[in-house]
Design a protein around this ligand. Structure first.
Ligand code: PEP
Ligand code: MN
Length: 345
């Protein structure tokens, strides 16, 4: 990883670096952070001479060598100080970053979503979520509707809150980026779909869209999880959040096997913020508060919680696992309190 002395290399300086890398059959990838650029060396980077020649350039501060399968996501990488922002908020800076909203937007009843959005703003959420397109296990279940994108955009305009939606393919991704969706969610089913991850990284680079990457449900190991995020960051977008959401086989009685306990493991390995989804983890609204508190106690800096103004009338997962906005307020207030007292290693 090459760190320049100033915020960004000039075109002429970059050319010099690229020429040295090229002589060793490597290429250079520019990574644009919020405040400065760093440059990754791609290829066989064991070439000592290349390192020395790049480090010797007068405009280079240092060249870091990190032996890691995820050199950009690594805690020791030049991105270690990178902070992810969603809208105007830095994730996890002043308290838990909470994303809330229904599992699935009902395009036939837009007011349910709009009213939920206003109630959740009152409850204190930092961002709204809502499924526009849904990855459904049953191919005959409701799959989503493009009209729902307009509904969530209306809610964003009315509340001023940033929005999070899941994208599952190129077409959805392009529509979401065009609509300036603040958070592109990658669901557990696509968590290891490397070509989609690369495309998301590529197309979101240079935009303000961050990515919420769920953990692969089939017990993706922490390293596999982080390496999946590396695909996005390696394309040039460092605004990635990691989202444990429970794994399968499920713990008897829960929807999945709750996995908020991997938060400190992830934090030990990567700088990326951990935002836990307790809703899909436990899968029942009555357990969501406990799982949210556990997540914060384990060091997660955010939560993605399904919530609906009237869960029984919702579609998708809402009747089972969505909490009401009142309950959401109770969860947020308790988590903020815990945040102030939590153990910091
Ligand atoms: C969702 O957030 O509604 C969803 C489908 O999530 P997951 O991919 O974690 O199942
Ligand atoms: Mn859901």
């Amino acid at each position: 990883m090459i760190i320049p002395k100033k915020e960004k290399l000039s075109a002429e300086e970059l050319k010099q670096v690229e020429k040295i890398a090229e002589d060793s059959e490597c290429t250079i990838l520019e990574i644009q952070g919020r405040n400065r650029c760093v440059y990754a060396i791609l290829g066989d980077e064991s070439k000592e001479v290349m390192f020395k020649r790049i480090a010797g350039l007068p405009f280079i501060r240092k060249v870091d060598r990190i032996e890691s399968p995820y050199k950009l996501m690594d805690r020791r990488s030049a991105l270690a100080d990178h902070r992810v922002k969603v809208g105007a908020t830095e994730v996890g800076k002043d308290g838990p970053f909470v994303i809330g909203g229904p599992c699935t937007i009902d395009p036939a009843n837009p007011n349910l979503f709009i009213e939920t959005a206003h109630a959740l703003k009152e409850a204190g959420v930092n961002a709204l979520r809502g499924g526009v397109w849904k990855p459904r296990t049953n191919p005959y279940s409701f799959q989503g509707d493009n009209h729902s994108l307009d509904i969530i955009l209306q809610a964003k305009q009315e509340t001023g809150l940033p929005i999070d939606i899941e994208v599952m393919d190129s077409e959805q991704l392009k529509l979401a980026i065009e609509a300036k969706v603040d958070v592109l969610q990658v669901g557990t089913r696509n968590a290891l779909n490397y070509s989609l991850l690369k495309e998301i990284g590529h197309l979101s680079t240079g935009t303000d869209s961050a990515v919420l990457l769920k953990r692969g449900r089939h017990v993706a190991s922490p390293n596999e999880f982080i390496a999946a995020a590396e695909y996005i960051v390696a394309e040039g977008n460092p605004n990635v959040m990691l989202c444990p959401r429970g794994t399968t086989p499920a713990l008897d009685g829960y929807r999945n096997h709750p996995d908020e306990a991997i938060s400190p493991l992830l934090k030990g390995k990567t700088w990326a913020p951990v935002v836990v989804d307790p809703s899909h983890s436990v899968g029942h609204s009555e357990y969501v508060k406990a799982c949210s508190l556990a997540s914060i106690a384990y060091g997660a800096v955010g939560l993605c919680i399904e919530s609906h103004i009237n869960p029984a009338s919702g579609i998708g997962d809402d009747p089972k696992q969505a909490v009401t906005p009142d309950k959401m307020k109770e969860i947020i207030d308790s988590c903020r309190l815990l945040w102030q007292h939590r153990y910091s290693p």
